[in-house]
Ligand binder design. Structure first.
Ligand SMILES: O=c1ccn([C@@H]2O[C@H](COP(=O)(O)O)[C@@H](O)[C@H]2O)c(=O)[nH]1
Length: 237
């Protein structure tokens, strides 16, 4: 796999036209784009379809977190769009994750699409140990991520979302082919912003990340395609 193919650029905007323009500019410099809550709440399925028309593979990052029946219904609703990756929260528990995985597989075959990877979000990369304690989780971030990783794998998910700092332990708690989707990526010199558990692109790939999710270091650059190329180059070297 080329280093650039591992990069999914987060298009966090409410404007379909900006997302489409950026997706076009990034053609050939990244493996796909990510549409998340901000974009989908503003533009819904029509916005998704407009970006999909550029030909870019799409990671639909809606982080479903609800009872099993509701999450299954949400997956049925977005499955016809044919996303390459979908996210749910692992904290919804094993039954919710099982239903999500089953539903994604059934719906993909019904609509003639490739089965999306269903990836479980563990602990958001914007959180640290103090944030976990504040919500009543007294374990260290690493221990909680390892627990959720094992649960996600046993529940039939295709992969998980974790910070680059937990890649090694996530791999140990799952399997060699379990997809590790990794935000919290900051090239040397980039502002961390609200991200608390970060590493550089090269460090994350060396540790074993399958997909690097990178937003602002690309989208806020003067030349986003050049920024994406520089990131891919840093992974290569
Ligand atoms: O734990 C998580 C889960 C998802 N994200 C998403 O990734 C991007 C990161 O964007 P940057 O601009 O590179 O910080 C963003 O869309 C988040 O919603 C995450 O950061 N952490």
């Amino acid at each position: 796999m080329k280093p650039s193919d591992r990069i999914f650029c987060a298009l966090d905007t409410v404007e379909t036209a900006s997302a489409v323009a950026l997706a076009k500019k990034l053609q050939g410099t990244v493996g796909g784009v990510k549409l998340g809550l901000e974009f989908y709440c503003a533009n819904g399925a029509d916005g998704f379809k407009a970006v999909a028309e550029t030909g870019m593979p799409i990671f639909l990052d809606l982080k479903f977190h609800d009872i099993p029946n509701t999450v299954a219904g949400a997956i049925r609703a977005v499955a016809p769009l044919g996303p390459k990756i979908l996210t749910i929260h692992t904290q919804g528990g094993p039954e919710m994750m099982r239903r999500a995985a089953e539903t994604a597989a059934e719906e993909a075959s019904k609509h003639g699409n490739d089965k999306p990877w269903v990836a479980g979000v563990t602990i958001l990369t914007s959180m640290d140990g103090d944030d976990l304690q504040a919500i009543g989780v007294n374990d260290a971030v690493a221990d909680q991520v390892a627990r959720l990783a094992g649960l996600a794998h046993k529940s039939g998910l295709d992969g998980m979302v974790c910070s680059p700092r937990e890649i090694t332990l996530a791999r140990q708690a799952t399997a060699p082919d379990f997809k590790l989707v990794v935000p919290g990526i900051r090239p040397v010199g980039s502002a961390a912003g609200d991200q608390k558990r970060v590493m550089t692109p090269a460090e994350a790939v060396t540790a074993g990340a399958d997909v690097l999710v990178i937003g602002r270091p690309i989208t806020q650059a003067d030349d986003p395609a050049a920024a994406a190329r520089a990131i891919a180059g840093s992974i290569n070297s």
